[in-house]
Design a protein around this ligand. Structure first.
Ligand SMILES: [Zn+2]
Length: 426
């Protein structure tokens, strides 16, 4: 049974300039689901004014006949709504035992197998985001795990192989190997056009050109901030290098980007590690971002799942805030840190006029980090594909109450009404 909430959202129609657009050429398959067809049955979207006065679309009845979809493929392309799917993953936290497992021979690494079970979900999305918690600065900085990480660049290749498009580096480990390693990490991504990095920059000029991606007639804007860098200084002469949380600066950057995109995403590296609820500071910042009409907040850093909520906005819309997506991959020991989440969002843009973008469906797909005795056989599974047999082989099985049912209970508690337990692309 799929527990996903099909929620219709209205928000402001931002149709300003879309300069600095990064055109994404990668082809992905966005499957039209029955829910999308149902959306076609819905009456035309109301202008912004109607919504601002408090009107809100309800989910259409599931019994609505598909034939009333209005001619489907016979319609002109421009008269159909555009859809766009986003997935977002939490911390890709590469400990030394994961590097060891990825090593095939001296100097040769391959991380792709670890992600094989989750790859179809990343590949199927139009836009995929991840927080890359560790640097990919190259061999000359030395490979290391906790506490100051540097991961072989093959881990970045694995992210590209899965289909990630937006790679966040504004997090507390970004200064682990000094400023030169941040530049080396940017060099790595700059050599690979299929993805864009987020939250680190080479110059003030680059900071003033935030990431904008246009796909399926929908323009997404991205900003990213971290609470800090583990006490390691960011260079005074390069204030643009890493985006730190600073509400004055954030208000300025959101204000500049908001008119240029349909849907504004802000990545936040925040919160208290291993806490299953957001702290006061996260709640205050989420309210601040909602007041600035941000559409989606992607939170990470606590290493465990925290709830997702809808927050009201001054323009009458709502901000979807996922406080923490937990880990994507790590070798952490706590059972709660083995349960991450993949955020799934499907957007729809009305065919003509207004250009309003709606969150048509959103959900959290729980993920399990699997590893066996001796920290071997790392894999990231969607929870719906995880089996009692796999749970019985997990290293933590012998040391804790880990089981498929305990993971399911944990996921239910954390994801609440947004829990998704089936592949949304099928
Ligand atoms: Zn972190």
């Amino acid at each position: 049974m799929q527990l996903t909430l099909g929620r219709y959202r209205r928000r402001g129609a931002y149709t300003g300039n879309t300069g600095n657009t990064t055109s994404q050429t990668k082809r992905k398959t966005a499957l039209f689901s029955a829910a999308f067809l149902l959306f076609l049955c819905a009456p035309p979207l109301m202008p912004l004014g109607s919504f601002a006065s408090g009107l809100k679309r309800e989910t259409p009845p599931l019994s609505m006949p598909l034939e009333s979809a209005g001619g489907g493929s016979r319609q002109e392309a421009g008269s159909l709504p555009s859809t766009l799917t986003i997935v977002a993953a939490g911390d890709n936290l590469i400990h030394d035992v994961i590097i060891r497992e990825a090593q095939k021979e001296e100097g040769v690494y391959d991380f792709t197998l670890f992600y094989a079970p989750v790859k179809p979900l990343i590949e199927a999305a139009d836009i995929a985001f991840i927080n890359q918690e560790t640097l990919l600065a190259g061999r000359r900085f030395g490979y290391s795990g906790y506490p100051r990480f540097n991961t072989p660049q093959e881990a970045g290749i694995a992210l590209l192989d899965m289909g990630f498009d937006v790679i966040n580096h504004a997090n507390n480990h970004v200064m682990d190997k000094g400023e030169e390693a941040v530049f080396a990490t940017m060099d790595f991504w700059d050599d690979r056009a299929q993805a864009s990095y987020l939250g680190i920059r080479r110059s003030q000029e680059q900071r003033e050109r935030p990431l904008i991606i246009e796909k399926n007639r929908i323009t997404l804007g991205f900003l990213s901030y971290t609470y800090g860098t583990n006490g390691l200084r960011t260079p005074k002469d390069k204030p643009y290098l890493v985006s730190l949380i600073n509400t004055e600066k954030m208000a300025e950057e959101i204000g500049a980007l908001r008119p240029g995109c349909d849907f504004l995403v802000v990545s936040m590296h925040w919160g208290t590690e291993y806490e299953k609820a957001p702290n006061r500071e996260q709640e205050k910042l989420a309210q601040f971002l909602a007041r600035h009409n941000v559409d989606l907040i992607i939170g990470h850093h606590p290493h465990v799942l925290q709830p997702a909520v809808y927050l009201p906005r001054p323009d009458g819309g709502e901000t979807l805030c996922v406080y923490s997506l937990g880990n994507f991959l790590s070798a952490q020991d706590m059972n709660a840190a083995l349960l991450g989440g993949l955020l799934y969002v499907r957007l729809t843009k009305a065919p003509d006029g207004g250009g309003a973008v709606v969150i048509e469906q959103a959900g959290i797909l729980p993920l399990v980090t699997h590893y066996e005795e001796g920290y071997t056989a790392f894999r990231v599974y969607p929870l719906y594909d995880y089996t009692p047999e796999l749970a019985a082989r997990h290293r933590n099985k012998a040391r804790s109450d880990l089981s498929l049912s305990s993971l399911r209970a944990l996921a239910g508690k954390a994801a609440g009404a947004l829990l998704m337990d089936a592949d949304p692309f099928k």
